[in-house]
Ligand binder design. Structure first.
Ligand code: ADP
Ligand code: MG
Length: 697
């Protein structure tokens, strides 16, 4: 086996490959383009394309594709081979600068949320040189942005890149105010921790709910769940460990910094965390990670479930988005410093985040909204649907002292004067204890914990970057004109804390008392996807995104439509799958068991005419009553689906699915799960929770 350092990035056209293979001038021009997000000179694109092709051919590639992230939430690719015919009837392998820089996939079947009705039907993909090309399945993949001919973004990547530019620009103004004139740009960095489940493939294949919807729509609680917490960080099973090694190897080849793999709280649940990197790369890498997780699982006879809630009553899967800001000179702007001056800068950036999260709770919530994630948020696990921020007791005490102009710690820190005093150290342990907070400061970064496991991290980071860019913009404007800089910084911090500290909450986010308290503080509690989505197209949100050129009004409207539509479609597929399984699998299974019981009872009666009421009779009675009730609930759900067609618009439809259809599904499930518990195992038509959760040895 190859050594890891040789393996790492071996399938990536990365910096060292570029340096080695490109003429010096071309390399320099490309680096400049990458670092500053400038347009690529067409003259150099040809040279780069040719070098890329030679490299890819040496690695065994035969095809190339523009690799992009449409609004379906997964990645898309359309493979073209390198071959080009020659006059003598043969072929040569070609790849032009034009093909590298621009592609024209047939965009008509990607969701556009109405954008295509008003604009040119086709879209094009454009190389994003800030993300390296790589080889996957013998195909050279060029990371690209995907736009309509009118320039509207049809993907998740374009707004993310725009938001990175916006926050860099504003953060730059701020670090320059603090005297760091050598800084040329500021990157947001992200390390997404990815949770997932592994189940045996042969059992997965027997469950159409998992096949069609990614989650179990039925399933009685197993006798053993996660209550003993013996799985968390427990020894990794041999088969799982072989999978993880294989996965790490494939990820490393693609230059993905997979770092830690461990078991999670629920049985069969695991986590992978990479080392953090620039947000756009982290986004590409996370998409690739999810894709490889699924693909490699099959090699091991396993299926990787990325659904946010595959099993009711068992912990769901999330994705923790660790986020920070760092300068090209290597400064982490959310790291408390060693000098009063550095600390003042840290506090200003911290306040920008506090203000951003408080002002844009709705957008934060929307950025993680989906039918699947609704099962987690606010459902007594993961973080609640209320957005709040955890800062830890010590940092909160310091902020309190600054706000009130009081002593932080009478003995050691008399009065915190900005620009004069050094902040106390915040031990990491103290800042990382609260696992219930949706948005937690963890020493030198924030951890946004509301993301569901399937979600692309592009959306949440676009919101976060834009919201913080706005606060930095407002702050910089204020400080740039101040006559006494330190005094102005002090006043700004005090005012921000006064106005926005309601968003800070260090207590238990799962507690009902918090929900009541949050309401008193005026924080939003948007419990479901249909409830939160309308906030996306509010006038102030359109204004925010337009101001920083992240989304146009029509792009926002299109996303709103797509999200609503997706929600209703997911619910509809789930409901139809339930009915289908009920009709074709559950009822026939129960009937077979009833028949066996009835026959046994009759035979026993002949044999033992004096015997009293038999177990078989009682069981048949119970099953019969349950299936009657179940059948009625199936009728109700069916009628609900017919009624769905009457809804007048996309929002009404989504609300209807949430209020009526989902409720009917829940109802049906209760009976099905009781039927499962009462029916002999040999009759039950699909693997149970125990089979799925404890089936991998
Ligand atoms: P743990 O939570 O296991 O103690 P860390 O807090 O160090 O580990 O890291 C958790 C995740 O946060 C990792 O993916 C890590 O790379 C990422 N991370 C660490 N520092 C930063 C940073 N400055 N910006 C973004 N992500 C970071
Ligand atoms: Mg973490």
């Amino acid at each position: 086996m190859e050594k890891v350092p040789e393996l790492f990035g071996s399938m990536v056209f990365n910096d060292s490959v570029m340096r080695e293979r490109l003429p010096r001038d071309t390399y320099r021009a490309l680096r400049r383009t990458m670092a500053l997000g400038k347009h690529l000179d067409p003259a150099i694109a040809g040279v780069v394309a040719n070098a890329m092709k030679d490299w890819a051919l040496e690695k065994g590639a035969t095809h190339f594709t523009h690799w992009f992230q449409p609004l379906t939430g997964i990645t898309a690719e359309k493979h073209d081979s390198f071959i080009s015919p020659t006059a003598d009837g043969g072929v040569i392998m070609e790849f032009s600068g034009k093909e590298l820089v621009r592609g024209e996939p047939d965009a008509s079947s990607f969701p556009s949320g109405g954008l295509r009705a008003t604009f040119e039907a086709r879209g094009y993909t454009a190389w994003d040189p800030s993300s390296y090309a790589f080889i996957k399945d013998k195909t050279l993949c060029i990371p690209t942005a995907f736009c309509s001919y009118g320039g509207e973004a049809l993907d998740k990547k374009t707004p993310l890149l725009r938001s990175m530019e916006a926050i860099s620009k504003q953060a730059l103004r701020m670090v320059h105010l603090f005297g760091h004139h050598d800084v040329r740009f500021v990157n947001t960095t992200v390390g997404p921790e990815q949770e997932y489940f592994l189940v045996p493939e042969e059992m997965f294949n027997k469950r159409r709910d998992l096949l069609f919807t990614g989650r179990t729509l039925f399933g009685a609680k197993p006798p053993k769940g996660q209550e003993l917490e013996d799985h968390y960080f427990g020894a990794i099973k041999t088969r799982v460990s072989a999978y993880m090694h294989d996965l790490d190897n494939e990820l490393w080849k693609l230059g993905i910094l997979a770092k830690t793999e461990h078991n999670e709280v629920a049985p069969a649940q695991h986590e992978l965390a990479p080392i953090f990197t620039t947000t756009n790369l982290a986004t590409d890498h996370n998409q690739l990670t999810m894709e490889l997780m699924k693909k490699i699982a099959r090699r091991h006879g396993l299926v990787c479930l990325l659904h946010e809630k595959p099993f009711a009553g068992v912990n769901g899967s999330g994705k923790h988005n660790n986020w920070s800001l760092s300068t090209d000179t290597g400064m982490n702007l959310l790291e408390p410093g060693d000098t009063p001056h550095e600390n003042a800068q840290f506090l200003v950036f911290l306040c920008a985040v506090i203000r951003a999260v408080d002002l844009h709770q709705d957008l934060m919530r929307i950025s993680v909204a989906s039918a699947g994630n609704d099962h987690r948020l606010g459902a007594n696990e993961a973080p609640p649907a209320v957005v709040s921020m955890f800062l830890g007791d010590e940092l909160t005490a310091v902020l309190d002292a600054i706000e009130k102009d009081a002593a932080y710690d009478a003995k050691e820190q008399p009065l915190m004067k900005i620009g004069v005093h050094i902040l106390p150290r915040f031990p990491k342990d103290n800042t990382d204890r609260n696992r219930t907070s949706p948005f937690a400061f963890t020493g030198n970064k924030f951890e946004f914990r509301m993301l569901g496991s399937t979600l692309s991290i592009a959306g949440p980071n676009t919101v976060l970057n834009t919201a913080v860019a706005e606060s930095l913009d407002d702050f910089a404007t204020e400080l740039e004109t101040a006559s006494d800089f330190n005094a102005a910084v002090h006043a700004l911090i005090v005012r921000t804390l006064k106005e926005h500290k309601r968003i800070i909450f260090n207590g238990n986010g799962y507690d009902d008392a918090w929900i009541a308290e949050a309401e008193k503080r005026g924080l939003l509690n948007l419990r479901s996807t249909p409830e939160c989505l309308p906030y996306l197209i509010r006038k102030e949100n359109i204004a925010l995104f337009e101001k920083y050129k992240i989304y146009t009004r029509s792009e926002l409207h299109s996303r709103y439509e797509i999200l609503l539509d997706n929600y209703s479609k997911v619910m509809n597929i789930e409901a139809e799958t339930m009915l289908d399984m009920a009709q074709k699998e559950i009822l026939p299974a129960v009937e077979s068991y009833e028949r066996e019981l009835t026959e046994t009872a009759l035979a026993k009666k002949q044999l033992l005419p004096q015997a009293g009421r038999m177990v078989e009779e009682r069981l048949v009675e119970k099953l019969s009553a349950l299936s009657c009730s179940f059948y009625q609930k199936m009728d109700t759900l069916e009628a609900a689906l017919v009624n769905a067609r009457e809804q007048k618009d996309a929002l009404a439809l989504a609300n209807y699915y949430h209020d009526v259809v989902f409720a009917a599904m829940q109802d049906m499930r209760v009976d099905a799960d009781q039927l499962e518990a009462t029916t002999a195992k040999k009759y039950w038509p699909y693997p149970t929770y125990s089979d799925l959760l404890f089936g991998v040895q």
